[in-house]
Ligand binder design. Structure first.
Ligand SMILES: [Zn+2]
Length: 225
């Protein structure tokens, strides 16, 4: 199984999807799991995890401001999904999780048990903060399925989704301010995971994200060998 880490705009979702296709893995997209769980929520909806109540409207607001949602809630959703997939015996390609040290500590032992440490490969896609913000403000999604379209030379002129033909739009929470908050969250809360993974004997390889999608993909395939 493969875990892809990287700042906003590094294209980790796109790469996770490509890897899933190439290596016949299940693409576990954290943001899609969150979207599904936050869809059609009502004012007082909550979920109890380990005795604590999490109000979904509050969580949604945090996310819209670029903040990370409560880690115990995310862990609860992700673990359920992984359990479901492990039953089917499928390998995973994960983007966007774990995203905090808390999540890493909860999910890593669980993954080790299911897949064994030697089968867990972590790829860190690097990107400068300037590039992260620049790409973030230009990212689009399609109207129908919310497929993310990474901003690159190849996609700059696209007006319709290559997969379903629906119109491409800018997400309303992809403003410069929100992207800056997301980047700060990544630096302060996601990057400390690297040391945690190293300490726990997991292999991490770095790949330069400031290249075309295809070149990054080829580098990842090399790193996985
Ligand atoms: Zn689409």
């Amino acid at each position: 199984m493969i875990i892809l880490l990287g700042p906003p705009g590094s294209g980790k979702g796109t790469q996770a999807e490509l890897l899933a296709e190439k290596l016949n893995l299940y693409y576990l997209e954290t943001s899609r799991i969150i979207d599904a769980n936050l869809k059609n929520i009502k004012k007082d909806d909550f979920i109890i995890v380990k005795g604590k109540k999490y109000f979904l409207i509050e969580e949604k607001k945090m996310r819209e401001r670029g903040k990370l949602m409560s880690p115990p809630l995310i862990v609860f959703w992700i673990k359920n999904k992984i359990k479901e997939l492990a039953k089917v015996g499928k390998g995973l390609s994960i983007a966007g999780s774990p995203r905090t040290l808390y999540e890493g500590k909860e999910v890593t032992p669980f993954l080790k048990k299911l897949y064994k440490a030697s089968n867990i490969k972590i790829i860190l896609i690097t990107l400068s903060p300037e590039q992260s913000i620049w790409r973030g403000t230009r990212r689009r999604i399609c109207k129908l399925m919310r497929h993310p379209i990474l901003y690159t030379q190849e996609t700059a002129k696209l007006r319709k989704c290559p997969l379903d033909g629906s119109r491409l739009i800018i997400r309303k929470d992809d403003t410069r301010e929100v992207i800056k908050v997301r980047l700060k969250e990544y630096q302060e809360r996601t990057l400390p995971l690297i040391d945690y993974f190293k300490k726990h004997g997991l292999q991490i390889k770095e790949v330069n994200g400031e290249q075309s999608v295809e070149a990054v993909f080829q580098d990842i395939l090399k790193a996985l060998k």
